[in-house]
Design a protein around this ligand. Structure first.
Ligand code: SF4
Length: 360
């Protein structure tokens, strides 16, 4: 197939759904890691069309949802110190402990909403008397562009640019989920775009150690039903293998140029995941050689341990223990217009997906 709309073909999708119905004999729990996959599954009504025995569990792969509350507070504190803070649009409405970035902008903070961290470097160049910080949030997919912005600022000799980094990695999160005693996952759909950058090699040890199939999967309806079919087939046949449904994009060793840029600026370190807690070696931290571009090291910003809204069960949603419609606040006190937690704000959040599209 050559064109995107072919991956949205209804007849082809139905045929594979029929095959899933034919081969399913036992109950299976399959986690799709990525929030983009969750949205596509919910929006396209795929959850309702799967056999009752196949239950999709929604994973932690929404970068906005797992960015710790205290980091949002730090970005707001920088705004209040007069720093120009730049961010992708999906972070700005996420509630911090007292307010969101958007609310901080409304009372005078210089918040810029950008499509690329390289734009933030340009802003730093054009405002030499101001400090400029890019709120660098995301999984492995956004890390190359954020690392590149640091290298670009270095090349331009800019001293007034830095990043507030919150980069997390998919494989350690999968391991934390598998190692949890409450884990009920039989197989994973791997996040296709993350593997497009990083390749698939890191997933072999997980498959082997936990005897759990992983199928690297894309985002269109046909991709998703094919990924689910491949996972169910493995489970029904008693196999546990790493398979690549998204081979049109994902190559075994990923994008080596992007990986080289990441490795120049970042190294693996412990990261806190909102709703999950600290996971060792689960994210990128800025290397010592680039510490002058690390906003946390550069500015005097406080670390205050802030508590989540006690009524929000986002932690259980992100670990696949509960589904959004099992939260008491869902659609009542918590709506996209008044979110109590990040999964209701983000365009990739499971709660927002259920609110907008699900009939379950
Ligand atoms: S519905 Fe709202 S309160 Fe409940 S888990 Fe989702 S974000 Fe939190």
């Amino acid at each position: 197939m050559k064109y995107l709309n072919e991956y949205r073909n209804l007849e082809a999708t139905k045929k594979i759904l029929d095959e899933i119905h034919k081969i399913t004999t036992k109950p299976w729990h399959i986690m799709e890691i990525c929030g983009g996959q969750t949205h596509s599954l919910v929006k396209n009504g795929i959850l309702e069309l799967l056999p009752e025995k196949v239950s999709m569990i929604h994973g932690p792969g929404c970068p906005v949802c797992v960015t710790p509350l205290n980091l949002i507070d730090k970005a707001i504190e920088l705004l209040e110190q007069g720093v120009i803070v730049c961010s992708f649009g999906d972070m700005i409405r996420v509630p911090g402990s007292k307010k969101s970035l958007l609310e901080a902008k409304a009372i005078g903070g210089d918040l810029r909403i950008l499509y690329s961290p390289l734009e933030a470097v340009t802003i730093a160049k054009e405002n030499p008397t101001k400090e400029v910080v890019f709120f660098a949030v995301g999984f492995e997919t956004t890390a190359p562009a954020n690392a590149l912005s640091v290298l670009h600022a270095e090349k331009l000799g800019l001293k007034n640019y830095s990043i507030l980094a919150s980069h997390v990695l998919v494989p350690p999160a999968m391991e934390a989920i598998l190692a949890d005693e409450l884990c009920r996952i039989d197989a994973f759909l791997g996040a296709g775009h993350v593997c497009a950058i990083m390749g698939i090699q890191q997933y072999y040890p997980l498959v082997k150690k936990y005897k759990t199939p992983i199928v690297v999967t894309g985002f269109e309806p046909l991709d998703l039903v094919q990924g689910i079919y491949m996972a169910v087939k493995q489970l029904e046949e008693g196999r546990f293998e790493l398979e690549n449904q998204y081979s049109r994009i994902v190559k075994p060793f990923g994008n080596t140029a992007a990986i080289a840029v990441i490795n120049k600026v970042f190294e693996v370190g412990t990261r806190e995941w909102r709703g999950i807690g600290e996971i060792p070696n689960s994210g990128y931290v800025i290397k010592q050689a680039y510490r002058s571009y690390d906003a946390e090291a550069k500015f005097n910003i406080s670390y205050i341990k802030v508590l989540e809204n006690a009524k929000c069960i986002a932690g259980q949603i992100l670990r696949g223990i509960k589904k959004p419609n099992q939260c008491d606040q869902f659609g009542k006190a918590c709506k996209p217009s008044n979110p109590l937690g990040a999964p209701m704000v983000s365009s990739e959040g499971a709660c927002a997906a259920y609110y907008h599209f699900s009939t379950l």
